[in-house]
Design a protein around this ligand. Structure first.
Ligand code: FES
Ligand SMILES: [Fe+2]
Length: 411
């Protein structure tokens, strides 16, 4: 468990839900009160997703180029790196080095020495306190804000004993902290404008208080499935009643959700059983976001590769990366309230993390993604069917397809 970084300034605690969250909650209330889910009145056509989208190497390459290089990706929670610490991050196919300087400013560099390219910091699974970054090969050292600081026998190089300004500094990547998260564009030539990129989600996220949470645990694993199958699993409530019948379905309704698109992102509220009594009692807006989370679970797909699930008392932050056309890297961070990040709470969080990560995600959601992948090339389905209760899948896949454009070899 890592303490919250001092640089992650606490945002004011919002009480009333922001506009879109409030509107979605009202849609949940209406559905419960009328005993009719929105999808039952939907007239959109059944959707279809080509099986090749989940296994063609050409699609994978196009996704790396169109999604995983130019777009902002979430690399950490702010609490994972305190002032004066560095953290190696290898999750996005490019060796990244996150560094927070003594003044609290977060930066991201390529984790590559400017001499002969040695990897600078190893991934020890946690941030490391460093006065400077020292290359283990010949000892070139760098300040945490990037400039070359010292090199042995500097006169061996044409620019001499004085540290040259700029030319041999660490290579900086576009990086910003917003909503308690560290965002990186893994391309030195890229650009980053998070308020614009997050669209309407930017006004909804402060209410959910990600910046007030504290990192508890991260698990990383590789699975033989396409990364989009995991996104799919978190975009529809259709499977909760069957797949999760013995785990989380006792807490949820059968398919009552309200979903909204904000640019490429998707925000959903999934109604919990407690919402039935709340709706019957008139459905007053919840006084706090904690109260909201007892009625409906907020969940977002932050395009392209992040899923948030705001459980009643903690957040699952899941990021995905396609290590191949048919393999993914799963990274699940558990973020807990800072006031419950104390040793007496640790057994509770350990047990909770085990239940959600192993009992629900691994045994149920990931198990299905892997199961689907095994049959994708069997010829049983040239396309996967998307029912009206699963319409958010079409929103996501349409966005991916639009950004990829025509992919050679794809029928
Ligand atoms: S490769 Fe880093 S100092 Fe030589
Ligand atoms: Fe699920």
């Amino acid at each position: 468990m890592r303490p919250a970084a001092s640089a992650a300034a606490a945002a004011p605690v919002a009480t009333a839900p922001p506009a879109a969250t409030a509107a979605m909650l009202e849609r949940v209330r209406t559905q419960i009160a009328s005993h009719r889910a929105e999808w039952q009145d939907s007239t959109v056509a059944e959707g279809r997703i080509a099986a090749q989208r989940y296994c063609a190497p050409e699609v994978w390459q196009a996704e790396l180029q169109a999604l995983f290089r130019p777009l902002p990706l979430i690399a950490a929670h702010s609490s994972e790196i305190a002032s004066g610490q560095v953290l190696a991050h290898d999750g996005y196919g490019v060796p990244l080095l996150l560094a927070r300087d003594a003044q609290g400013t977060m930066r991201c560099f390529l984790n590559v020495c400017r001499h002969r390219g040695m990897r600078l910091v190893e991934d020890s699974g946690a941030a490391q306190t460093r006065a400077s970054v020292v290359c283990p090969y010949h000892g070139w050292s760098y300040k945490l804000d990037g400039p070359l600081r010292h090199r042995l026998h500097a006169e061996a190089f044409d620019d001499g004993a004085a540290c040259p300004a700029g030319a041999r500094d660490l290579v900086l990547l576009p990086c910003a902290e917003r909503h308690g998260l560290v965002w990186v564009v893994p391309d030195p030539q890229g650009s980053l404008d998070l308020p614009a990129y997050l669209d309407g989600l930017d006004a909804e996220l402060p209410y959910l208080g990600i910046d007030r949470l504290c990192h508890f645990r991260t698990i990383e694993a590789e699975y033989p499935a396409n990364w989009k199958l995991i996104i799919d699993a978190f975009l529809e409530p259709y499977h909760i009643r069957v797949l999760h019948k013995d785990t989380i379905y006792p807490y949820f309704t059968d398919g009552i959700t309200a979903g909204e698109r904000f640019g490429p992102h998707i925000y959903s509220l999934v109604a919990r059983r407690a919402a039935q009594d709340w709706a019957a009692a008139g459905g007053e807006p919840p006084a706090t976001q904690e109260a909201l989370r007892l009625l409906a679970t907020p969940s977002q797909v932050i395009f392209p590769n992040t899923v948030t699930i705001f459980h009643p008392d903690y957040l699952s932050l899941i990021t995905l990366y396609p290590t191949g056309p048919e393999t993914l890297r799963w990274t699940h961070r558990m973020l807990i309230p800072a006031d419950k990040a104390t040793p007496d709470w640790t057994p509770h969080w350990e047990k909770t993390f085990r239940l959600i990560e192993q009992g629900v995600f691994q045994k149920e959601d990931i198990h299905c993604a892997v199961g689907i992948q095994r049959g994708l090339k069997s010829g049983a389905n040239t396309h996967l069917a998307v029912g009206r209760v699963e319409q958010a899948l079409s929103w996501f896949h349409d966005e991916v397809a639009r950004r990829l454009g025509p992919v050679a070899g794809l029928t």
